[in-house]
Design a protein around this ligand. Structure first.
Ligand code: SF4
Length: 307
């Protein structure tokens, strides 16, 4: 099997601007963006952030200004217009090449998709989390899997690339929930996915339920299911551009530091168990092969070719 890289070559320099919880109509049961990204940045701070990043980075990569950490397309109209104007100005001055945002699926419609396209957006990331309606209710997301399917369709029809973000290992998630997500993600055909194994953040509703033993969380299952989603995407030719949250702001993680490599190793072991014996992999994945071999679940006779 030929794998597509976690970080494909030619990827843009993504400059993240966090709008921390702005636009969110409520708090999802697992979310604390302040813990992950701090207080966020108002529109007039954006040009300074962009210049700082460009100063740190070298090379000819295209630059993408990205609004993360809230519900960008649900911002109040005036605030949304201010961010869009800042983005358009930076594009007109050729400081950035395109824009990107993450948002809730139920805040996309054909009009919003067209507005994003005409404002210079190239990519929209949707917080799908899961395609199991049962689990979406548990997460208190306030939208359905059908909202995600419709949002993907609207964005693609507007000419935008779509990245779907998935969470694995949410407390009391079942293998059936994950199978539903795998089938639905293949059918939706996003341009790429991100996988975030569940992180119990202090102060969230779900963390309180875990502390009261009202729910169960198993980090090993979260890794195993991340491997399932990663494999389903790989087999459908859909690249995974990230596995795991950035470490900044997270005090205690239940996962190994090399989480992405461990998830890929798990995926390789699963494929080997199914009888796969030829692996064509990005060279950067050598460590995952070593991890899989060390676990004793990667056959010695497997042919591994690094690209
Ligand atoms: S998961 Fe997304 S929509 Fe839910 S509270 Fe966090 S930023 Fe807002």
């Amino acid at each position: 099997m030929t794998f597509r890289g976690i970080a494909p070559t030619g990827r843009p320099l993504i400059i993240p601007v966090f709008i921390t919880h702005r636009g969110c109509t409520h708090r999802c049961a697992f979310c604390d963006q302040e813990a992950i990204a701090g207080a966020g940045s108002l529109p007039d701070a954006v040009p300074g952030i962009v210049e700082k990043y460009i100063g740190w980075s070298s090379g000819d990569r295209p630059v993408e200004l990205s609004f993360y950490g809230g519900s960008f397309t649900a911002l109040p109209v005036r605030e949304l217009s201010e961010y869009l104007q800042v983005g358009k100005d930076l594009i007109a001055r050729k400081i950035v090449g395109s824009l990107r945002c993450s948002t809730r699926p139920d805040t996309i419609n054909t009009g919003m998709a067209k507005l994003l396209k005409t404002s210079g957006f190239a990519v929209v990331e949707l917080g799908a989390q899961t395609m199991s309606d049962r689990l979406l209710t548990e997460m208190e997301r306030g939208h359905t899997a059908d909202d995600t399917r419709q949002a993907v369709k609207d964005l693609k029809e507007a000419g935008l690339s779509v990245v779907l973000q998935f969470m694995t290992g949410y407390p009391d998630e079942t293998p059936q929930d994950v199978a539903t997500t795998c089938r639905a993600l293949i059918a939706a055909r996003p341009d790429a996915i991100r996988i975030y194994p569940f992180m119990p953040l202090a102060g969230t509703k779900i963390s309180q339920r875990l502390q009261c033993n009202e729910a169960r969380f198993d980090p090993v299952a979260a890794i195993d299911r991340a491997a399932d989603i990663f494999l389903a995407a790989q087999e459908a030719g859909i690249p995974t551009i990230r596995i795991g949250l950035p470490k900044d702001g997270i005090v205690v993680s239940p996962y190994p530091d090399n989480l992405a490599q461990v998830v890929v190793a798990e995926a390789l072991a699963k494929l080997a168990k199914r009888g796969e014996r030829e692996f064509i992999l990005p060279a950067a994945w050598e460590t995952s092969v070593a991890i899989a071999r060390k676990s004793g679940r990667f056959p010695a006779d497997a042919k591994v070719v690094y690209l």
